[in-house]
Design a binder for this molecule. Structure first.
Ligand SMILES: [Zn+2]
Length: 251
């Protein structure tokens, strides 16, 4: 402020306040004039631009890393379910695995997953085939009996098959990709005395799961995986028990 209370005297070469106001008004006028004159153009190109912008707001496909147990997309829900099943399984893993029962794909329903302790579907069929009764026994007693028998069950795909949107690999493709890590897991970590293939899904992969690859005998039913489907359960179970007793049939 100047001593007289008025505005400060403009410095040399600095526009006066009045000149600044005029320039500001001129700019506003020119901007409004431009917008009015280009109104049609604005309307014409604004709509497509808005649509283009909107298209960018569509949900981007989230890419997760592959699950180490199945090779499928490892969403948080997928990993949570895998961890839950690992927890159930680890409790009943024998220190020394006598018979590794190898399936194709982990069942979708937890009730069918043996270590969940409900013994429905596949889990009940497997126990029946091995002659382990569940009648009147708490789950931990049944699973303890299974464990003491030296049995351990796992799958080439350790997680259920996800509903597959287009572009996801097929079940056959996922199984094929999992062969090398599963072979390594069996040889280096599980180290069973023998492996029994219990899923028809593994039929195309028989040559990969040979005794030579696994370092132990592989039990088969007349050159094929044991069929423990409900329709042939009694026959498949009989063949399985015979093979386990003989313990020599394999590839
Ligand atoms: Zn998985």
């Amino acid at each position: 402020m100047s001593p007289g209370g008025g505005c400060a005297t403009p410095k040399p070469n600095e526009p006066s306040p009045a000149r600044n106001r005029r320039r500001f008004i001129d700019r506003c006028f020119l901007t409004e004039l431009f917008l009015r004159q280009s109104g049609k153009h604005t309307a014409r190109f604004a709509l497509p631009l808005a649509l283009d912008y909107d298209s960018c707001l569509q949900p981007a496909s989230t890419t997760f890393l592959a699950c180490d147990g199945c090779g499928q997309s490892a969403s948080p829900e997928h990993i949570a379910r895998r961890l839950q099943r690992l927890e159930w399984t680890t409790r009943y893993r024998p220190v020394h695995i006598g018979t590794l029962l190898l399936g194709g794909v982990s069942p979708g329903a937890d009730g069918d997953f043996l270590y969940a302790g409900k013994f429905e579907g596949q889990a009940g069929q497997l126990l029946a085939a091995l002659g382990i009764s569940t009648a009147g026994k708490p789950p931990d007693v049944v699973l303890g009996e299974f464990q003491r028998g030296g049995f351990f069950v796992t799958h080439v795909l350790e997680c259920p098959l996800e509903a597959s949107p287009s572009g996801q690999p097929s079940c056959d493709s996922l199984l094929l990709r999992r062969v090398p890590p599963v072979l390594a897991r069996i040889r280096r970590s599980l180290k069973p005395k023998r492996v029994v293939l219990i899923s028809e899904l593994l039929a195309p992969l028989l040559s990969r799961f040979s005794s030579a690859e696994l370092g132990c005998p592989v039990l088969l039913d007349s050159g094929k995986p044991f069929n423990l489907n409900p329709s042939d359960l009694s026959l498949g179970a009989q063949h399985l028990r015979e093979a386990l007793t003989a313990g020599t049939t394999g590839v």
